[in-house]
Structures are given as C-alpha cells and as structure tokens.
Design a protein around this ligand. Structure first.
Ligand SMILES: Cc1cc2nc3c(=O)[nH]c(=O)nc-3n(C[C@H](O)[C@H](O)[C@H](O)COP(=O)(O)OP(=O)(O)OC[C@H]3O[C@@H](n4cnc5c(N)ncnc54)[C@H](O)[C@@H]3O)c2cc1C
Length: 397
C-alpha cells in the first residue's frame, strides 16, 4: 500500500468513527457553522463535529501547524475532501476567514499577522467579514472613499461600507480604506484589519426579499486602526484586494457543488410535478427542451468544474479561469432554480404557508436567494468584462 493509500484508509476510518451520524446528512443553509466569539450551532452534534475537526487540525488542513493547520500536502488534502464527500460529511465550519482572508494572509501577511490570525480562524474562535463595497463603489470598487487619516502609528478611519455580509455577527473585518486621494484611484488604497468591537464601529442590518437580514450597512466613525494591522504595503492594498477576490470567486464557483441539493434531481422534479405521456416522457415539448438543454449544459459545466477543482488541488490552476467559473456556476444555478420553480407551478410559490412541503419552501427560497450570487463577489457583467480582457485578450470598451 502506498503512503497515500494508507492515508486514505486512515482518513476514512477516522471520519467514520468521529463524524456524528447527523453531520452526515445534507445541511440546510440555516445550519451552517461559522464559529466566532458568539458561535451558534444548530445542534450539539454540529458543535462536537467542529471541535473534533479543530482538534485534528482538519478545518484548515493545508495550513502549516504553526498557523493552526495540519500541514497536509495538496494530495493528502484532496484525499480528505474526497473522503468527506464519499461519507457525506458536512463542512465542520466555514466562512470568510477560511475562503478569503486566510489565503490572502498566507500570501501577503507578515509572520506576526499569520501567527496572530490564522490559528484563531482554524480553531473557529474569530469570525471575519469583508468591508469592500461602499455606496457608489461596488463594481467600480477602486473608487472607494472610506478615508483613513495617517496619525503616525495608527489611522483614524471614517466612512461607510455597504452589503457587509454578516457584519453584525462577525468579530473582525478586513477592510479597504483610502489613504491617498492623489493619482490613480487604485494606488491610494490600503488593506487593513480591525476588531468590529472597536469604538466607532456600528452596523445596521438590511432585510432581503427572502426575509433574512444577511447584509449590513457598516458605519465607521473615527475608528482607530493600528498600522501593524496593514496587510501588504500602505497605498498598495489593491493587489491584496484583487488576490482575495480570486479566492472569493473560486469559492462562489464551487458553491453549487457544496450546497444542499434539494429533495429531487431535476429529472425527478419533472417526474413529480409535470404531466407525463404513456412512455413516461414529459408531455410539454417546450419544457422537455428546457430540461434537456439544462442537463446538457449542467453536465458540461460539472465536468469543467471537476477538472478545475482537481487542477486547483494540484496547484496548477490558471487563476484567470475563476471569473469564468464564477459567471457560469452562478448563472447556471439561476437557470436551474428557475426551471424547477416553473415545473412546480403553484407548489413553487411556497412561503410561510402550511400547505407547502419543506422542499417546496426550500425551492422558493433558493430561487430568490440564488439571484444574489450573480451579483456578490463581482456581478456577472463584470466577470464577462474580466474574461474578455484577461482570458481572451480583447480590447476594453
Ligand atoms: C449576496 C451578496 C453578498 C455580498 N457580500 C458583500 C460583503 O460581504 N462585503 C462587501 O464588501 N460587499 C458585498 N457584496 C457587494 C457586492 O460585491 C456588490 O453588490 C457587487 O460588487 C456589485 O456592486 P453594486 O451592488 O454596487 O452594483 P453596481 O456596481 O452599481 O452595478 C449595478 C449594475 O450595473 C452593472 N455594471 C456596473 N459596472 C459595469 C461595467 N463596467 N460593465 C458592465 N456592467 C456594469 C452591474 O453588473 C450591475 O448589473 C455582496 C453582494 C451580494 C449580492
């Protein structure tokens, strides 16, 4: 048996022995675990599962041991993902620290920053949020105005951030601030970290169409940020910001793969909700065409995503493709959600009503919330601009 075969066997055995049965069922969105000072768990098994994985250092398996990880090689980390998929183990913990800040700190952080922040992410002790967007600065992020005044060993930050996902639940924020207004707008931005409990930070939740209040407006009023909390160099935060966005888009392109799948496959939804002929075929030919088109597209996207995932695990992925996958993955999910809702008819309009099943309610929720994914992390139109410029080499409009 090779070393990797032995690792696979030991990993599978450990997961079987340590992952509670309830954590081997599909997870609802509301059951996600994000850790933090005020960590909330959907049940006791979720807490046990996170604690066991933290102890094993498999919440951030590839990070070095001094940063709270297990120091697994890319091949070992891939086996861990495969074994967790095979046994249907839920992710023990997730969030902005794992997807975005951790990888950016590994690339741009000082040793002191890595030692301070990475272990707390890996252990689920600190939950992070992202302070990029501002009113008027979303797609045109580099126009941001949140101002950081240089006071020697610290900045005083004033301004507003918008669409801060879970800003009211996070403990710390990674934030883009303007430290220089002269010259090119990209060249006066600094990437800083600060505690959301700092004096002068306040948040206001923004309710969504789904009824959730997932976002916040975040107000920064004379917030003191020590200069040791700059990631990268002063005025040069744009490079850090862009590197982090690549990780965000990569995560979003894989969302559908990692999400609960609903009760049925698309074909099963058709069989369940649509009229069929005597051969079991969907009677309505236009609906049949839509289903076939979706299945063909989905198969192609799935195979391309699988290849990119494998290349990513092997460290040979050309990161420019993340915009392609962010675009295709989130648009494809939107098409799927709309198709299923159309097939369900009135049953797909379930909302706060005892006449609808859990799954019907879930599908209506997915249909509404999935649209946001084509905007978050850079809208579909902006991804197409990036693909045309960076991957196809087309001239800018
Ligand atoms: C679910 C979700 C979570 C989010 N979480 C966070 C978060 O945690 N932190 C954070 O900082 N931000 C977050 N955002 C904000 C997100 O990054 C912005 O919404 C996004 O970048 C778009 O910016 P905007 O909303 O200001 O729209 P705008 O930039 O005003 O765009 C409006 C429309 O114009 C189009 N458009 C704009 N510029 C161009 C162009 N050059 N070419 C073609 N079309 C263009 C856009 O595609 C869009 O359709 C989140 C958004 C969502 C939906």
């Amino acid at each position: 048996m090779s070393n990797l075969d032995t690792f696979r066997k030991q990993t599978g055995d450990w997961l079987e022995a340590n992952c509670p049965a309830r954590m081997r069922t599909p997870s609802k969105r509301s059951e996600g675990v994000y850790g933090g000072r005020n960590a909330v768990f959907p049940n006791e098994d979720a807490k046990i599962w996170m604690e066991r994985m933290v102890e094993k250092r498999w919440t951030a398996p590839e990070w070095a041991p001094e940063y709270g990880g297990a120091g697994l090689s890319p091949e070992e980390a891939k086996i861990l993902v495969q074994e967790m998929d095979r046994l249907q183990c839920r992710k023990p913990i997730t969030g902005h620290g794992f997807w975005m800040l951790g990888p950016a700190l590994l690339e741009y952080g000082t040793e002191a920053q890595k030692l301070e922040h990475l272990p707390k992410i890996a252990r689920g002790e600190i939950r992070w949020c992202q302070g990029y967007s501002e009113p008027g600065s979303g797609s045109d992020l580099a126009s941001l105005r949140c101002k950081a005044e240089d006071k020697g060993d610290h900045f005083i930050v004033n301004g507003q951030k918008s669409w801060t996902s879970d800003g009211d639940k996070a403990d710390w924020i990674f934030c883009l601030v303007r430290t220089n207004s002269d010259g090119k707008k990209q060249e006066g931005i600094t990437f800083v970290l600060f505690d959301m409990e700092s004096p002068g930070v306040s948040t206001r939740a923004v309710p969504l169409i789904t009824g959730d209040a997932h976002f916040c407006d975040t107000f920064l009023d004379n917030v003191k940020v020590p200069k040791e909390n700059i990631v990268g160099e002063i005025h040069k935060g744009w490079s850090v910001a862009k590197a982090l966005l690549v990780h965000e888009r990569k995560m979003m392109s894989e969302l559908e793969r990692n999400m609960p799948k609903g009760k049925y496959s698309v074909v099963e939804y058709a069989q369940h909700y649509l009229a069929l002929d005597e051969n079991g075929k969907v009677k309505d030919s236009s609906m049949r065409n839509r289903i076939t088109e979706f299945l063909m597209e989905n198969k192609t996207v799935g195979l391309a995503q699988k290849r990119a995932f494998e290349e990513g695990m092997a460290g040979v992925l050309d990161m420019r493709v993340t915009s392609i996958f962010k675009y295709v993955g989130t648009e494809n999910k939107k098409v799927k959600d709309e198709l299923i809702i159309d097939m369900m008819g009135v049953a797909g309009a379930g909302w706060d009503n005892e006449q609808f099943s859990d799954d019907e309610y879930y599908r209506a929720y997915e249909w509404m919330s999935g649209k946001a994914l084509t905007i978050a992390g850079g809208s579909s139109e902006v991804q197409l601009n990036l693909v045309s410029k960076r991957s196809l080499g087309l001239p800018e409009q």
